[in-house]
Ligand binder design. Structure first.
Ligand code: NAP
Ligand code: GLV
Length: 326
């Protein structure tokens, strides 16, 4: 029997699988944990199921003497010191694939909402009513169909964003360190440098993981390369964009608008972004549909059960010796 600490209320039917396997489960009954609550929760734990908001670092591992596995409820693992986990022989798992299409949908929702000024128009109607159809409405937008989409980070989610562009008659550019022949075949995507992508795309969608190389990948210089009428969408991680630079650029109208799901200092949102009508803001809900969150919870549980059983989980992030095959 193992002790499992879960830092959120997840789907009970997924959690139940852990207790049915004979493990002792401790969950928290409220929102984000304080650092002290997190550290005290892992002290006696063999497994930790955590959120992207939980900072799983060397200090936590030092406290968690029995920890065998950290199961992140998300695909990005930038909140975890994976190298430190590996040094200590602690397995790290994430939730890839099951959230890909849902997150790509949100990317498109932000593209469309920004292009057609849906939030501004909705707010205006609620405040001022619908004065009747007019030829020159206050919320003129820009077209999506037939334009150019630039995907930065053409992995699982980036490719799913790109696939949707076929129905919109768009040309697709992508920027990744390695070529993606399947994406090139499937959607006719063209691999270009980041600078070329920024200067040729009407829509730029960020889908890279947060790493030392991608932090502040989009700053003053990159924003100035974007087309005047372009729209930037960030469904990756906040620190991929220099938020201060983005605020200034949006104030100057280049890019024309931004759709943001992630922020540099979550859960804080830059106060100036909140004032800008050309920013569409969602609170990091990329994978937040009932069905997808349920799949993520089950996948996290699969990973924990596998490691506690000495098996290698399919969604293992780091190389851990001693785990057999899945
Ligand atoms: P993935 O399949 O690993 O795709 C990431 C892609 O980024 C890879 O194909 C990689 O291609 C590319 N990349 C990595 N470093 C790069 C660099 N320095 N320059 C250019 N390209 C680079 O991961 P995914 O499942 O698509 O998820 C991507 C990220 O989305 C996650 O890490 C997470 O941060 C974020 N996400 C956000 C939400 C949300 O709620 N908003 C939901 C899910 C995921 P190369 O190796 O060829 O460069
Ligand atoms: C969400 O942001 C994730 O990485 O899954």
């Amino acid at each position: 029997m193992a002790d499992i600490f879960i830092t959120t209320q997840a789907f009970p039917e997924a959690i139940r699988r852990l207790s049915e396997a004979g493990h002792e489960v401790q969950t928290t009954g409220k929102g984000a944990l304080t650092r002290e609550e997190l550290l005290s929760g892992v002290e006696e734990a063999d497994a930790l199921v955590c959120l992207l908001a939980d900072n799983v670092d060397e200090a936590l591992f030092a406290q968690a003497k029995r920890l065998q596995v950290v199961a992140n409820l998300g695909v990005g693992v930038d909140n975890i010191d994976v190298q430190a986990a590996t040094r200590r022989g602690i397995a790290v798992t994430n939730t890839p694939d099951v959230l890909t299409e849902t997150t790509a949908d949100l990317g498109w929702a932000l593209m469309m909402a920004s292009a057609r000024r849906i939030v501004e128009a909705d707010n205006h109607l609620r405040r001022h009513g619908f004065p009747g159809w007019t030829f020159m409405p206050p919320h003129m937008g820009v077209d999506v169909y037939g334009t150019t989409l630039g995907v930065v980070g053409a992995g699982r989610i980036g490719s799913a964003v790109a696939r949707r562009a076929v129905g919109f008659g768009m040309d697709v550019l992508y920027h990744s360190r390695a070529p993606k022949p399947k994406l090139e075949r499937d959607v006719g995507a063209e691999r270009v440098s980041l600078d070329e992508l920024l200067s040729r795309s009407e829509f730029v969608v960020l889908c890279v993981p947060l790493t030392q190389q991608t932090e502040y990948m989009i700053g003053h210089r990159e924003l100035s390369l974007m087309k005047e009428d372009a729209i930037l969408v960030n469904i990756a991680r906040g620190p991929v964009v220099d938020e201060e630079a983005l605020v200034e650029a949006l104030r100057n109208g280049r890019p024309r608008a931004a759709g943001l799901d992630v922020y540099e200092h979550e859960p804080q949102v830059h106060p100036e972004l909140l004032k800008l009508p050309n920013a569409v803001l969602t609170p990091h809900i990329g994978s937040a549909t009932e069905a997808t969150r349920k799949r993520m919870a089950h996948l996290a549980v699969d990973g924990v059960l596998a490691v506690l059983d000495g098996r290698r989980p399919a969604n293992l992030v780091n190389a851990i010796e001693g785990l057999g095959s899945g």
